[in-house]
Design a protein around this ligand. Sequence first.
Ligand code: FES
Ligand code: FES
Length: 157
Amino acid sequence: MSDKKSMILNVNGNNHQIFADMNEPLLWVLRDDLGLTGTKFGCGKGECGACSVLIDGDVQRSCRFPVAYAAAGQEIITIEGLGTAGNLSKLQKSFIKHSAFCCGFCTPGMLITATGLLKTNPYPSRDDIILAMNNNLCRCGSYSNIIEAIEFVVKEY
Ligand code: FES
Ligand code: FES
């Protein structure tokens, strides 16, 4: 017998009815059930930040976040909710301007984490930015460009 339950997830402003085990990581529901594959699977252990999403404005690791908690009336924002082609967010534009990625695998998590930072602290210092981004890993080593891209948004907008 399946333990799957019906739940409503609010993702990027839209409600979705899903059927999932209560403890299933949100990441897999986003990717496999909703087709939102911008959120990446890296380590699966909460250590790399590739799977970061915003839940009620807080940055969370969706590989470790049970879907039932996310479904409890909270607003989930994924990378697909930050901007669209032709209507990118300031951070997305700045990442492009500063070549803040190479392969791009870490980029959704980086952008979500930076967005969460600027929501809580619109004028972070360079040290604040480094601290906030410290637990997002980039195998391509694009760190300095990522920091520059975030600083540009803080200073220029
Ligand atoms: S995949 Fe979630 S933190 Fe690495
Ligand atoms: S751009 Fe390749 S992992 Fe960060």
